[in-house]
Write a protein of this length. Structure first.
Length: 592
C-alpha cells in the first residue's frame, strides 16, 4: 500500500469517528435544560438566543424526552425562557420578535405534550410559575394585541395568530386548557375584529382570525361567563352588516377583482362560506368540507341576532341571465378577501326590476353548500359537516325573524339544490326550478336528505335533526296561519317511506338506535297535518291528498302500531321479571 493510500484511509477513519457538529442554537438549548442558569457565565445569553433561527423540532423533542424529575430541575430555566420570550415581543427588532413567537409556540406544544396527564395548574407552573403566571400572561396578551393592531409586517400578525391558535388547540378538550383563563381575562376580541375589519388583513388572516374566535367562544361556554360570547352576541357593526350581505355570492362568481373598502367579522364569514365552493377542471361544482368555518357560522347564527339580517339581505347577481336555456355558470372562487367591483346596482337599496337579474343571499349559498355536503355522509368529514349544517338550519328555523323572511311570499328565489344521482329518478333540469319563498328550498333540502340516506349505516342523529327542522317550520306556519304553496305530497311520501324503512330494518336498527323516537317525531308531524292542516295547507285538495296518502299507505301505519305494541309488551315483560327478581332477593334477605 502506498503512502498516499495510508494517509487517505487514516483521514477517512478520523472523519467518521467525529460526531456531527451541533448548531449554536442547539447548544444554547442544552444549556437551558441544564441545572445552572445559562446567563450566569454569559450575561448576553438571551439576547444572542433570539438572534438565531429557532430549531422548533429540537426544542419540542427536548421537552418531550426529559423525564418528570429532570423537567422539574430545569423549571426555573424554562420559566426564564418564557419570561424572556415575552419581554422580547416588546422589542423593535423584528427578527428577535419572530424568533420569540416561534419559541413560545414550541414551549406551549412541548410542555403540553410532555404533561398530557398532568393538570393545567402543573403546566402553568412549568411554563411560568404560579406566582408570576398572571403577570406573564398579561404581558403576553398585551404584546400580541399590540402586534395585531400595529403597523407591523403581515408575517408578524400571521405568527401572532398562529401562536394563539397553538395556545387554544394544545388540548383535545378546549375547556380543559386552564391557560385560556388568562386569555379570557385579557381579551383580544377587539384586536381580532380589527384584523377582520381591514380588507388587506382580512384577505391574509381572515381564516385564522375567524377560527380563533370560533374556538374561544367555546371555552367553558356553559360553565362560566365567556367574554368572547358576550362581545360576539352584542356585535352590531353597521359597515360590516351593510357590506357582508352580498359578499358570499360574489366569491362564487368573480375572480381577481378589486377589494371592498369595508368589512368585518360577518363579511369575512359570509365570504368564507361562499369560498367553500370550488369548481374543478370540468366545471362541475364540488365542495370543500371545512368544519372550522361551519362552526364559526353556527356561533354567529346562534349567538348574534344581528347576523340573521345578514342571512336575509339580498343582492342581485350581475350578468346572470335566467332564461330557461342558460344555466348559472360556476367559476373558481376568488382568493379570500377579494370581491368584484362595486356597482350602482349593488349599492342600490332597492332591488332592480330587471327580469334578467336574479337575487341571492348568504342563506341561498348555505343551502347550496348543504345540498352538496349532505350527499355523502360515509366520510367522517362530510358527516361532521352535514351535522353542523343541520344544527345551523335548526337555529335558523327557531328564529322568528328568519322564519318571517323564509316565508315572505314577496321575496321569491330560484334555488338550484344539488341532488344525489339515483337510478329511479331523472336529474331535475334547472329550468324546472320555480321562483319561490326560501322555505320551499329548505323543505326540499330536508326531503332530499330523507329520501337519499336510508341505508344500512343509518345516520340516526342527522335524521332526528332533519325531522325537527321540518317540525319547527310547520309550527311557525300553523302559528302564523301561513298557507304555503308547496308540493306537500313529496314530503308526506318521503316520511312514509322513512317509516317503511324503519319497519323493514327493525332488527338491525334497534341494535344501534332508538328508532321509536324518530318514528314518534314522524307520526307527530302527520298528526299536525291532520289536526291543524286547515290553518296552513293551501287548499282543500291538499287535505284530500293527505288523506289519500295515509289511506293508500295504511299498511305502514298499521305495522308501526303493531311494532309499538310488541315493544311495549317486551318492556312490560322485562319490568315484571325485574320486579319478581327484586322481590325474591328481598325475601331472601328477610329470611337470612
Amino acid at each position: 500500500m502506498s503512502q498516499v493510500e495510508k494517509k487517505a484511509g487514516l483521514l477517512r477513519r478520523t472523519s467518521s469517528s467525529k460526531k456531527p457538529l451541533k448548531e449554536k442554537v442547539v447548544l444554547m438549548y442544552d444549556e437551558i435544560f441544564a441545572k445552572e442558569d445559562p446567563a450566569k457565565n454569559n450575561p448576553r445569553f438571551w439576547d444572542e438566543l433570539f438572534l438565531m433561527k429557532v430549531n422548533l423540532e429540537y426544542l419540542e423533542t427536548k421537552l418531550e424526552c426529559l423525564d418528570g424529575d429532570e423537567l422539574m430541575k430545569t423549571k426555573d430555566n424554562v420559566n426564564s425562557l418564557f419570561h424572556h420570550c415575552v419581554q422580547t415581543l416588546a422589542e423593535e427588532h423584528q427578527i428577535k420578535v419572530v424568533n420569540a413567537l416561534q419559541t413560545l409556540c414550541a414551549l406551549f406544544r412541548g410542555v403540553h405534550q410532555k404533561n398530557k396527564s398532568a393538570s393545567g395548574f402543573d403546566i402553568i407552573n412549568m411554563l411560568m410559575g404560579f406566582d408570576k403566571a398572571e403577570h406573564r400572561m398579561k404581558d403576553l396578551m398585551e404584546s400580541l394585541d399590540s402586534l395585531l393592531c400595529g403597523e407591523g409586517s403581515e408575517s408578524l400578525k400571521a405568527l401572532c395568530l398562529k401562536l394563539l391558535l397553538c395556545l387554544v388547540t394544545v388540548t383535545d378538550n378546549i375547556s380543559q386548557n386552564t391557560i385560556l383563563e388568562y386569555v379570557m381575562i385579557n381579551s383580544i376580541f377587539e384586536a381580532v375584529l380589527q384584523i377582520l375589519s381591514d380588507v388587506s388583513s382580512r384577505g391574509r388572516h381572515g381564516y385564522d382570525a375567524v377560527v380563533l374566535l370560533a374556538l374561544l367562544v367555546n371555552y367553558r361556554k356553559y360553565e362560566s361567563v365567556n367574554p368572547y360570547i358576550v362581545k360576539l352576541s352584542i356585535l352590531d357593526d353597521e359597515p360590516t352588516l351593510d357590506v357582508s350581505a352580498d359578499l358570499s355570492y360574489r366569491f362564487l362568481q368573480y375572480k381577481d377583482k378589486e377589494e371592498e373598502n369595508q368589512g368585518g367579522f360577518f363579511s369575512t364569514l359570509t365570504s368564507m362560506v361562499g369560498s367553500m365552493f370550488i369548481a374543478d377542471a370540468e366545471e362541475k361544482l364540488s365542495v370543500q368540507t371545512n368544519e372550522a368555518i361551519l362552526l364559526a357560522l353556527y356561533e354567529a347564527v346562534h349567538l348574534n341576532r344581528n347576523f340573521i339580517t345578514v342571512l336575509a339581505q339580498s343582492h342581485p347577481e350581475i350578468d346572470i341571465p335566467t332564461t330557461p336555456t342558460t344555466p348559472v355558470p360556476t367559476t373558481p372562487t376568488t382568493p379570500l378577501g377579494t370581491t368584484p367591483p362595486s356597482t350602482d346596482v349593488m349599492n342600490s337599496s332597492e332591488l332592480p326590476l330587471d327580469p334578467n337579474l336574479q337575487t341571492s343571499n348568504l342563506l341561498i349559498t348555505f343551502l347550496k353548500y348543504s345540498s352538496i355536503v349532505m350527499q355523502d355522509t360515509k366520510d367522517e368529514h362530510r358527516l361532521n359537516s352535514a351535522r353542523l349544517c343541520l344544527i345551523i338550519l335548526t337555529c335558523i328555523a327557531e328564529d322568528q325573524y328568519a322564519d318571517a323572511f323564509l316565508h315572505d311570499d314577496n321575496m321569491n328565489f330560484r334555488v338550484n339544490l344539488h341532488r344525489m344521482p339515483m337510478r329511479h329518478r331523472k336529474k331535475a333540469a334547472e329550468k324546472n326550478v320555480p321562483s319561490r319563498p326560501l322555505v320551499c328550498a329548505v323543505l326540499d333540502l330536508m326531503v332530499e336528505f330523507v329520501v337519499t340516506h336510508m341505508m344500512k349505516d343509518f345516520p340516526m342523529d342527522l335524521y332526528m335533526r332533519c325531522v325537527q327542522v321540518i317540525h319547527k317550520l310547520i309550527c311557525y306556519q300553523k302559528k302564523c296561519r301561513i298557507r304555503l304553496h308547496y308540493t306537500w305530497r313529496e314530503l308526506w311520501s318521503a316520511l312514509i317511506n322513512l317509516l317503511k324503512f324503519l319497519l323493514s330494518n327493525e332488527t338491525v336498527l334497534l341494535a344501534k338506535h332508538n328508532i321509536f323516537h324518530l318514528a314518534l317525531l314522524v307520526v307527530n308531524l302527520f298528526n299536525m297535518f291532520i289536526t291543524y292542516g286547515d290553518t296552513f295547507l293551501p287548499t282543500s285538495n291538499s287535505y284530500d291528498e293527505l288523506y289519500y296518502e295515509i289511506v293508500r299507505m295504511h299498511q305502514v301505519f298499521d305495522n308501526l302500531y303493531c311494532m309499538g305494541q310488541a315493544r311495549t309488551l317486551v318492556l312490560e315483560s322485562g319490568y315484571r321479571e325485574r320486579e319478581q327478581r327484586d322481590e325474591q332477593s328481598f325475601r331472601k334477605q328477610e329470611e337470612g
